[in-house]
Design a protein around this ligand. Sequence first.
Ligand code: ATP
Length: 300
Amino acid sequence: MNKANVNAILAPNFKFEDMGIGGLDKEFSTIFRRAFASRIFPPGMVANMGISHVKGMLLYGPPGTGKTLIARQIGKMLNARPPKVINGPEVLNKYVGQSEENIRKLFADAEKEYKEKGDDSGLHIIIFDELDAVCKQRGSGAGGGTGVGDSVVNQLLSKLDGVDQLNNILLIGMTNRMDMIDDALLRPGRLEVHVEISLPDEAGRLGIFKIHTAKMRENGLLAEDVSLEELASLTKNFSGAEINGLVKAAASQAFSRHTEVGQLAAVKQDVASMKVTRGDFMRSLEDVQAAYGVSEAELE
Ligand code: ATP
């Protein structure tokens, strides 16, 4: 584990927004304390306590709220290796034995290092997106009755707490459908830490707008008439991903305002003065409303 990065998280001036995550301070702290804190200490310390590290966690909530982002960012701060990411439907394969092979490959690096270094091995984070796609098949006979889901789940369980168990992994399952996840996977010793990641409130949305307009603001490309507070108040029920999409759409509006066919000379002159305005944001918001059929009352 990279000590320097851990120290940055523990330092008194640590700011969540510097990690590019808005509105999830409480969730981030919970995840860090419950799933990572024990890994900061020397391996012997945990053994002396008579416990083992948390090896599995489930993040659940609506799409686009930052589940993958938070897992990746914590991983980045604690571990030099980028996490491995796989999603449920991708793992499942109609060819006999292929799904199991996909899982085996996912754990291969962690297994190799654990064999060589035991508890001194670095932490391997595995992000399993859309976990429900695998779990819903367990015991249900779904998926053409192949039982592939069952054997994938059993294989995951054996890595977490079976005879093949590894102490150097953290499996982070993600789902929009917590109710679909097999109870057997959620027991202590398995995906034992459950954290809900919900839609951001107004303060959270403001934080997310700040993050996604940071570059524009730094480069003087956000017009003075734009109020991020106003945008946060107008985007109730937006996820972080949708806020990111809105900022990109507003920037595209600014580009298109400056791009008339046959006006190359004007474009060249205008680039330096091009700013994203309140009007660009409002037009993008209208487009979102039109696309999703959201009423103005819902947005307010
Ligand atoms: P899904 O359930 O669909 O996999 P997710 O919850 O994992 O979604 P992410 O993939 O983490 O969502 O989010 C997509 C993108 O949206 C991020 O890369 C980021 O740009 C933006 N985003 C989402 N939530 C936040 C947030 N809380 N702060 C900043 N950006 C965010």
